[in-house]
Design a protein. Structure first.
Length: 899
């Protein structure tokens, strides 16, 4: 502690982003003699999930607290009103709609980013008091296939793996997950385990060669949706090689014979499978052999499995292999569904999916009665409600007339997003609770409620390994922002319902814990009822604990499963889904995440250093495919699906197969404007889980019709119409990239300017010009326009705004021409160019050398994969034998191949 500075003991909380569930410590530092405080958010060394580590998003939590626009007061039809008024309007609308059209005409659509207590009161209100199960959650888009698979196999939604297992595994298989970017702290744990024991192997199964795949011992670039075939083929191999655990199968499982019969089919032979999935036979054999030989095998999976038209079958195909080898319920072994959002697991425990009632119970008569009695509920829902996609379809058809959306942005994140927007505009009353007025869905709200965000509210969350941790408030909510559970309870109370007069969030938690006691004498394992008597103090001081409480052994370690007969089920796929066909005329659009952004960007888009890794809506394509179609990196391309079109910048990625495209899901709102990827994604869902197939859109792609490309630096957006617009937060100025179908005339700039200086024919080629708006001797706005895509590095241009403007400096910049670099290390702002230069010019060829010189990867470590890839790339470019083995992989595109 420095002198003159008092440091408060850190407040423990949990990161609000991914399902790893890292612990953080928040430290307020007060300057003496001055009330000004600074807040630091650091990793909590005592939290079992992360032991002090944070990834790049976690490391930027402090900056996330200052989002530029917050919702501060409730609004009804755009007018600020008091909470009492807003609550009155919602209660009245709900009552009226239910009275006129019945309980199934109303719905809530909530989120895995809600805290357990928020979830609990929303669920109780809808399923016990309004009398409908039309309460679904964005976890439908995220975890529902895994939930359905767990229910089918185990009889309950249970994840039998602990993070410590990573340190005990001999083989780690990551399927359909880009863990290095999406669960980075867990991935670091995997890398540490491999560093500690070089015999530990990592296999990645993903159609893209991701950063995660780059770092694996073996990458299997499986064809789209080829996973069931692959895992059935693995099972066949294990059978053929007597590698099954027959004792386990006989003692603890059922349904094996039917599955065994299925996998005896010819198509599951290794060679047939490799050919069907376009995989290198040797690579596949290596994977099968490693799996066969390694009892301590963990299989981690996420959205490449869940978000598929056969996602539930995929997850069950993985679980089948673990059951058949008895690799479950044991240290270092098991199928491990990674949760996406911070409280995806908590929401599942509460019962936040429309096809669950509460506390892992469904809608059987006993459960409805027991939950109803506990809640003293006047009007229990007796059957499942509508799942997310069906719910918005019903709204589109006029059947849902009231919806309350909380902590999710469905206009961006649901498939067929234009239809979702239309559904919301047709809905009689839309209530939206959010922290940001910029969330796309907020534009559809009749009633907009300001929610308290992370750091401003208290509650519990459960992570991927069932560890329950506390989020704690350390800041007052701004304006009249309020915790979601309070807003929900107030509406319930105004409606005259009893049982919502909770004095505190701890009160809500105690009631929820007590409800789980109905599972005590039932086969269900979710029972935290001993927490029902927890004191306020215990709740305040809660330290992370995994449920079942007090149990250190794994779930299923006794071979008992909570099914009717106590045995685990082998599950045969409902339909023999074939892998996607890349020979069709359509391109296959795969979608997912970038390392440095969170979902629809409302919480991360404003952070300049996070904005630098993907600077505009971008679609990735293999370089040979681009060449074949006469497309070039940097130009705008037009994706088409049905009647919809989307413009995005083309970038090249050798990790993709010939007809595969990739685009991130993030671009939305005031960042991506019209370039929202889900306009391209049809609402195809898994028939069992209802989870959308976000990874398998079919689109066409062509060069966009662009006459002018441009960039506008300033503090306000460009003052003219554009056909493509995207925004990048920058310092000291922001920038908007744009494109216009008709040539942008200089008059467009002149019309709006106080003093707009036009410079013709600048930079490479005579087709570029610039407009500069001055204020005194300072630059106020700068516009660069060209007929071709502009290649520029934003940093030096932004620097021109810092000091008195020098036309000489500007001309030098534009005339020298630039290759834009890519930010690799967000913490220390180290670009690929700097890294390559250090390797080439300073001859530094080791990771530690680069770290010593540039500091890249020495803070959160999220970029270590990228730094290592640059090292490998540079090694491969050098003559002579290459030292580091490149990942084994069947090459997916070769020169001359027809694409
Ligand atoms: N940086 C960042 N991290 C996040 C989030 C974020 O927004 N940003 N969000 C969090 C949330 S909510 C979630 S759900 C998780 C998601 O975490 P992940 O599932 O790891 O991330 P995604 O990028 O959605 O997709 C994973 C991979 O599935 C692959 N895939 C596509 N089709 C197939 C297929 O048919 N088979 C196989 N085997 N793989 C396929 C894709 O190529 C992609 O690399 O991330 C969490 N973490
Ligand atoms: N194409 C494609 N689409 C996808 C996916 C994909 O891989 N590809 N992945 C899907 C998955 S897995 C997920 S999880 C979803 C995520 O999609 P969304 O849930 O729609 O994304 P977020 O941006 O996290 O939305 C959360 C909203 O809640 C607000 N918010 C933040 N904190 C609070 C709070 O405390 N209270 C309230 N009331 N509001 C708050 C935020 O400002 C934001 O508007 O996207 C899905 N959509
Ligand atoms: S891995 Fe990163 S985003 Fe996920 S919980 Fe940890 S710090 Fe947060
Ligand atoms: Mo998710």
């Amino acid at each position: 502690m420095s002198s003159g500075c008092r440091q408060q003991a850190g407040i423990q909380s949990a990161c609000p982003y991914c399902g790893v569930g890292c612990g953080v410590r928040v430290q307020h530092r007060y300057q003496s003699g001055n009330l000004k405080t600074t807040t630091d958010v650091v990793g909590d060394p005592s939290h079992p999930a992360n032991l002090g580590d944070l990834c790049v998003k976690g490391a930027a939590l402090k900056e996330s607290l200052s989002i530029p626009k917050r919702l501060l007061y409730p609004r009804v039809h755009g007018q600020e009103v008091s909470w009492a008024q807003a609550t009155g309007v919602i209660a009245e609308k709900l009552k009226q709609t239910v009275a006129e059209h019945g309980p199934d005409s109303v719905a809530m659509y909530v989120s895995g980013q809600l805290l357990t207590e928020d979830y609990y009161v929303a669920n109780k209100l809808m399923k016990g008091f309004i009398g409908t199960a039309n309460l679904d959650t964005n976890s439908r888009l995220c975890m529902s296939s895994a939930v359905a698979a767990h229910n089918r196999a185990f009889g309950e939604d249970l994840v039998p793996v602990h993070y410590e297992d990573i340190g005990k595994a001999g083989l780690i298989v990551i399927v359909g997950a880009n863990t290095a970017w999406t669960h980075p702290v867990l991935f670091r744990r995997i890398q540490q385990a491999r560093a500690a024991n070089p015999d530990v192997r990592l296999v990645v199964i993903d159609p893209r060669r991701t950063t995660t795949a780059e770092q694996a011992d073996l990458h299997l670039p499986v064809a789209n949706d080829g996973d069931v075939l692959l895992f059935h083929s693995l099972l066949r191999h294990l059978m053929d090689h007597q590698a099954l655990d027959q004792t386990f199968i006989n003692a603890y499982c059922q349904g094996f014979e039917a599955l065994a019969q299925e996998v005896r089919h010819e198509k599951y032979r290794l060679m047939a499978c490799a050919d069907a999935l376009d995989l290198n036979r040797e690579s596949l054999h290596t994977f099968f052999t490693w799996f066969q030989e390694t009892p301590e095998t963990l299989t981690l999976f996420c959205q490449g499995i869940n978000q598929s038209a056969n996602g539930t079958d995929k997850a069950n195909a993985i679980i089948n292999c673990h059951l058949a080898t008895g690799r479950i319920g044991k240290p270092g072994a098991g199928p491990f569904s990674l949760t996406g959002q911070p409280n995806a697991m908590g929401g599942r425990e509460v019962g936040g999916l429309a096809n669950q009632l509460a506390v892992h119970r469904g809608f059987d008569a006993d459960s409805v009665r027991e939950v109803g009695e506990f809640w003293q509920a006047p009007k229990m829902a007796t059957q499942p409600g509508l799942k997310a996609v069906d719910l918005f379809d019903a709204m589109y058809d006029g059947k849902i007339k009231f919806v309350w959306v909380i902590a999710t942005n469905p206009v961006v994140s649901l498939p067929d997003s234009c239809k979702v927007a239309e559904a919301l505009s047709r809905c009689g009353c839309v209530v939206v609770s959010d922290i940001s007025p910029d969330a796309d869905t907020a534009a559809f709200a009749d009633v907009l409620l300001p929610a308290a965000g992370w750091g401003e509210k208290d509650g519990m969350v459960t992570n991927s390994e069932r560890m329950m941790s506390r989020q704690r408030a350390f800041l007052p909510p701004p304006g009249e922002a309020k915790a979601d559970w309070r807003a929900i309870c107030e509406v319930a109370q105004v409606m005259g319902f009893h049982g919502f007069d909770f004095a505190s969030v701890a009160d809500v938690y105690r009631e929820y814990a007590a409800l789980s006691g109905i599972n005590r004498d039932a086969p269900y394992l979710f029972d935290i009822s001993e927490l029902a008597s927890m004191s306020d103090e215990d709740y305040a001081n809660w330290q992370p604990q995994r449920w079942p409480l007090g149990r250190s052994s794994h779930l299923f370690s006794d071979g008992r499963f909570p099914t009717a007969r106590g045995r685990a089920n082998f599950v045969l796929p409902a339909s023999a889904e074939e892998a996607g066909d890349e020979s069709s005329e359509h391109w296959w659009l795969n979608t997912g995440r970038q390392r440095d952004q969170w979902h629809t960007m409302t919480r991360t888009g404003h952070i300049a250093r996070l904005a630098e890794s993907e600077t505009e809506p971008t679609v990735y394509m293999h370089p040979l495919s681009a060449r074949k179609h006469q497309l070039e990196a940097g130009q705008l391309v037009c994706l088409k699906h049905a009647e919809q079109t989307l413009l995005a910048k083309l970038a090249l990625d050798e990790g993709l197969s010939a007809k595969q495209l990739f685009m991130s899901m993030h671009w939305a709102g005031p960042f991506g404007f019209a370039s929202r990827v889900n306009q391209m994604v049809a609402a195809v869902v898994d028939p069992v889980s209802g989870q959308p197939a976000f990874k398998s859109a079919a689109v066409s792609v062509s060069a966009a019709d662009v006459a002018s490309y441009g960039v506008w630096f300033g503090d306000q957006p460009p003052p003219f119409d554009t056909d493509f617009l995207s925004f990048q937060t920058g310092a000291p100025v922001h920038l908007w990239r744009f494109a216009c179908k008709a040539p942008l005339s200089k008059a467009h700039l002149g019309d709006h300017s106080e003093t707009m200086l036009i410079l013709d024919d600048i930079g490479t080629g005579a087709s570029r010009w610039a407009g500069l708006r001055m204020q005194g001797d300072k630059l106020k706005a700068l516009c660069l326009v060209g007929e071709q895509p502009l290649s520029f590095d934003p940093q030096p241009y932004a620097a021109l705004f810092d000091e008195a403007f020098s036309i000489q400096a500007f001309l030098t910049l534009t005339l020298q021409g630039q290759t834009p670099s890519k930010l690799v290390c967000s913490c220390f702002r180290v670009s690929d160019r700097q890294i390559l230069k250090t390797i080439e010019q300073d001859g530094i060829t080791s990771l530690s050398g680069l770290q010593a010189q540039l500091k890249c990867g020495t803070n959160c470590g999220s970029c270590l994969g990228e730094v290592q890839s640059l090292l490998k790339q540079q090694e491969a470019d050098l003559p002579g034998p290459t030292a580091g083995a490149l990942p084994v992989r069947a090459s997916s595109v070769t020169e001359g191949e027809q694409v």
